[in-house]
Design a protein around this ligand. Structure first.
Ligand code: ADP
Ligand code: GN1
Ligand code: MG
Length: 366
C-alpha cells in the first residue's frame, strides 16, 4: 500500500520541511525511506523514516520502548568509552508530541532516526575485512548490553528463535498446503525433515539452564551493520526491533548465515552459493575479540552449531512462507521465498561439510 508520507513527516520534530522522501534499503519487514529536510538551495539534513510492520510486530509500542531504552544505554556506554554516540548507535527523533513514534489514523506506526552518513550497508559481502569488522560490531553490541537489565525488555516477537516451534509451524504449513505448493518442493521438505532433531537442541540446553540468556540482537544479518566508508570499520548496529533476551549463538549464527558467503540470500543459481571459510574465520575473529571474554565454554563450543541452526531455521521460515503463499517476508518475484530457502539449505549442507574446520577456528579462542 502506498502511503502519503508528507503528513507523516510533519508529525516529527525535524525543524524544517521535507524536500525529498524516497524508498531506502532492502529490508524484508519494515518500509524504510530516506528523508531530506531543508531548503532546495541549501544543505540538507537526512533522516530515516520507517513504518514498523505491525503484522510482524504485534505490539509496536513495546518495540519502541525497547529501542528507546537500549539506545539510551548504548549512547551512555559509547560516550563513556570515548566514542561518538551520534554515529555509533541509532538515535530516535521524537514526534511532535514527544513520543518516539507516531501512530497514524490507519493504525500504522512510524518512527524516525537520524541518518548516519558516510557509511553503508551491503547486501552481498565484498571483502573479508568487512566481516571482521561486522564481527567486532556485533560482539561489542553484546558486551555493551551485558549490564542492561534484560527483564526490562519486552519480547517483541515471542519465541522468535524457538527453532523447534519454527519446525512445528513448518509441519503445520506442510499439512495444510494452503497454496498448493508442497508437491513441487519435495527435496526441500525432506531436507528439513531429516534435520528435525537439530531444531530442539538449543531450546533444550536453555531449558536445562546450560546456556545463558543475554540481551541479544537476534537479527544480525550482514546488512544490519553500517560499515564506515572511510575506515571500513563496523560503525553502527541497526534494526533493533528484535533486541530481546536470547542466545549469543543466535547472533553469531545469523551473522555467519548471512555473511560467510559471497552469494546473495536469494541467489537462484545454487552453484554460486557456498560457504566461504575465510569469511567465517574473519567474522569469528572479530566477534570473539569483543565478546569472547564474556562467553562461557559451552557457548564457545556451540558456535558452529549456532551457525548451522540459524541457517536451517531461516531456511525453514522461508520454506514455510513459500508454503503459506508468501504472507510474511516481502517478495519481489514469484518463487522468491523458495529461492531464499534453497540458498539457506545449500549453506547448511556446506556448514555440515566444514564442521571440523569451524570447530578448530572457534576452538582457538577457548
Ligand atoms: P528492516 O527491518 O526492514 O530490515 P532496517 O532498520 O534494517 O529495516 O533498515 C533498512 C536499511 O536502511 C538498512 O539496511 C540501512 O541501509 C538503512 N538504514 C537504517 N537506519 C539507518 C540510519 N540510521 N542511517 C543510515 N541508514 C540507515
Ligand atoms: C528479516 O528485517 P530484516 O530484513 O533485517 C527477519 C529476520 C530474517 C531475515 C532474513 C523480524 O530481517 O529474522 O533472518 O529477514 N526479521 C524478522 O533475511 O522476521
Ligand atoms: Mg534490516
Amino acid at each position: 500500500m502506498a502511503h502519503d508520507l508528507e503528513p507523516i513527516v510533519r508529525q516529527f520534530q525535524f525543524g524544517g520541511a521535507a524536500r525529498r522522501i524516497e524508498p531506502h534499503g532492502c529490508g524484508h519487514i519494515n518500509d524504510t525511506y530516506a528523508v531530506a529536510i531543508g531548503p532546495e538551495d541549501g544543505p540538507a539534513r537526512r533522516y530515516i523514516l520507517q513504518r514498523l510492520n505491525h503484522q510482524v510486530f504485534h505490539q509496536p509500542e513495546q518495540v519502541m520502548a525497547n529501542i528507546e531504552a537500549v539506545t539510551r544505554h548504548l549512547r551512555r556506554k559509547i560516550a563513556a568509552a570515548g566514542g561518538d554516540p551520534d554515529r555509533e548507535t541509532l538515535n530516535l527523533v521524537p514526534a511532535v508530541d514527544g513520543r518516539s513514534f507516531y501512530r497514524d489514523g490507519d493504525g500504522n506506526y512510524w518512527r524516525v532516526y537520524a541518518f548516519i552518513g558516510g557509511a553503508r550497508t551491503y547486501q552481498v559481502v565484498e571483502s573479508p575485512e568487512h566481516l571482521y569488522h561486522a564481527g567486532r560490531a556485533f560482539g561489542k553490541f553484546l558486551r555493551m548490553l551485558e549490564d542492561f537489565p534484560a527483564a526490562r525488555l519486552h519480547e517483541t516477537i515471542p519465541d522468535f528463535h524457538h527453532t523447534r516451534q519454527r519446525f512445528e509451524r513448518f509441519q503445520q504449513a506442510l499439512a495444510r498446503d494452503s497454496a498448493g505448493r508442497a508437491r513441487a518442493v519435495g527435496a526441500e521438505i525432506d531436507f528439513v525433515l531429516s534435520r528435525a532433531a537439530d531444531t530442539a537442541v538449543l531450546v533444550e540446553l536453555i531449558a536445562a539452564g546450560r546456556l545463558p540468556l543475554r540481551v541479544t540482537h537476534n537479527d544480525t544479518k550482514f546488512n544490519n551493520v553500517l560499515i564506515d566508508d572511510a575506515t571500513g570499520a563496523g560503525l553502527c548496529v541497526l534494526d533493533l526491533d528484535t533486541v530481546m533476551p536470547g542466545l549469543s549463538l543466535y547472533d553469531f549464527g545469523d551473522a555467519i548465515r548471512s555473511g560467510a558467503t559471497r552469494a546473495a540470500e536469494d541467489e537462484p543459481d545454487l552453484a554460486k552459493v557456498s560457504l566461504d571459510m575465510a569469511l567465517f574465520e574473519q567474522f569469528s575473529r572479530g566477534y570473539l575479540a569483543e565478546a569472547g571474554p564474556v562467553l562461557t565454554p559451552l557457548e564457545l563450543e556451540y558456535l558452529p552449531f549456532g551457525a548451522k541452526l540459524m541457517t536451517l531455521e531461516c531456511g525453514i521460515r522461508f520454506l514455510t512462507d513459500h508454503l503459506e503463499g508468501d504472507v510474511y517476508f516481502k517478495i519481489h518475484r514469484p518463487g522468491h521465498n523458495l529461492d531464499r530457502a534453497r540458498t539457506q539449505f545449500k549453506l547448511v549442507a556446506e556448514l555440515e561439510k566444514h564442521w571440523d574446520r569451524m570447530a578448530r577456528l572457534t576452538g582457538e579462542y577457548r
